[in-house]
Design a protein around this ligand. Structure first.
Ligand SMILES: [Mn+2]
Length: 410
């Protein structure tokens, strides 16, 4: 039986920005999570006695890697090689191979170059597996690489490794492909990387995104890990295996006129105790119905005062609850908030004019040259999130003004 692991997007050395306020031990756990997840993969590969491990790009988060991250990965890959497990690597858009910046992976690791080539591996039980793939030589590949992949060769199984995204309208910077051209190659498995959510694009033969091994921010929620692939008759079957050490999730609570600083703390703690996460949870607390809150509490939620108080509480409990609330987001229950001093139509007009993709790009300026920032800033979700935050700020601000006016009248 053939057995292998397909993983991608380890993103070692991810900075986990915006979480530096976490308690030291928790911050260390978060920062180490991609490393621990990788250790888990290596451990599983050895205990499962797989034939080989495929790593489909973005092993590192940036094209320049820390010595620690390089040493770590080399040690782990060496353990696989020592156990007789072959390792096949293609680089992606985050760790593309520049001429002057070559990674030194352990001797014996098979690394694809910038052109599509094929490596044939013979497994312990004499099965021949042809694996085709390529590495990024630059941060972008605008051309479809699938036509360069050979037809199914004379081997028991043929696998394609591709770090990229399905062709879409607009920009295609990540080796754009279509499912039909992949299917037309008659491979037994397409091992994909780049998209961080584990995703099965086609059932049989499988065309699969392994997903990132560890979710790195709130837009990568849910379980993450790798694919364990085994042969049954002449088909390859895959199974998702979790390897992540922390998980991102959202907790939604309703608040109203009765909510006080203290009652909210109790309400959140009670809900967290009920979560019982299997894997340590980093929780975005989403409060709905905030237009009913007192001005004082709304202000303390907006300026971080409430969160600072709550942090003192969760410092004492987080090892027990296995959760940490890292962010509080505020939502009004009504779609249209009545702003005290703002005409609703005027707000709508201003919102449409100000919160545009174009304005965000203009504001970001030179930062747009970094593909990972450009991807984030161009996502419709980002525009929506910035708009929502501005609304909450305006709401808190206008409520304060109303109160001040009331004071003047008294
Ligand atoms: Mn990636």
């Amino acid at each position: 039986m053939l057995k292998f692991i397909h993983a991608a997007d380890l993103h070692l050395d991810s900075p986990f920005q915006g979480l530096q306020q976490l308690p030291k031990t928790l911050w260390a756990k978060v920062h180490n999570a991609p490393f621990q997840a990788t250790k888990q993969l290596v451990h599983d590969a050895i205990t499962q006695q797989v034939d080989f491990v495929l790593l489909v790009g973005d092993l590192f988060d940036r094209e320049t890697q820390s010595i620690q991250a390089q040493t770590f990965l080399n040690d782990e890959l060496q353990q696989l090689l020592d156990a007789g497990i072959q390792v096949i690597v293609s680089y992606g858009n985050h760790d593309y191979m520049t001429k002057d910046q070559q990674l030194h992976l352990p001797a014996g690791v098979i690394i694809f170059g910038p052109e599509v080539t094929t490596q044939t591996i013979t497994t312990a039980d004499r099965q021949r597996v042809a694996i085709s793939g390529f590495s990024y030589a630059d941060r972008w590949i605008d051309t479809d690489m699938v036509p360069q992949f050979p037809e199914h060769l004379d081997a028991d199984f043929q696998i394609g490794m591709l770090h990229g995204a399905v062709q879409q309208t607009g920009d295609n910077h990540y080796a754009p492909f279509t499912l039909s051209e992949m299917a037309a190659k008659h491979y037994d498995y397409w091992a994909l990387g780049h998209i961080h959510k584990p995703n099965l694009l086609a059932q049989q033969p499988p065309i699969v995104y392994a997903g990132t091994i560890q979710g790195r921010h709130k837009n990568e929620p849910g379980a993450h890990g790798y694919q364990l692939v085994t042969s049954a008759e002449h088909q390859l079957k895959r199974q998702f295996v979790a390897a992540d050490q922390i998980r991102w999730q959202t907790l939604t609570l309703m608040v109203d006129e009765q909510t006080t600083d203290t009652s909210l703390i109790r309400q959140v703690q009670k809900s967290l105790k009920g979560l019982h996460p299997q894997v340590f949870a980093l929780v975005e607390l989403q409060l709905n119905g905030i237009e009913k809150l007192s001005t004082g509490l709304l202000t303390r939620l907006t300026d971080g005062t409430w969160q600072a108080r709550f942090d003192q509480e969760q410092q004492r409990n987080y090892e027990h609850t296995h959760c940490w609330v890292y962010e509080v987001t505020l939502k009004a229950a009504q779609a249209q908030i009545q702003y005290a001093k703002l005409d609703a139509d005027f707000w709508q007009q201003a919102q449409t004019a100000v919160f545009t993709q174009e304005n965000i790009e203009l504001t970001a300026g030179k930062l747009m040259q970094y593909p990972f920032l450009a991807d984030h800033l161009q996502a419709p979700k980002t525009t929506a999130a910035i708009t929502a935050r501005a609304k909450n700020e305006l709401l808190a601000q206008s409520r304060l003004e109303v109160d001040q006016d009331a004071d003047h009248k008294a």
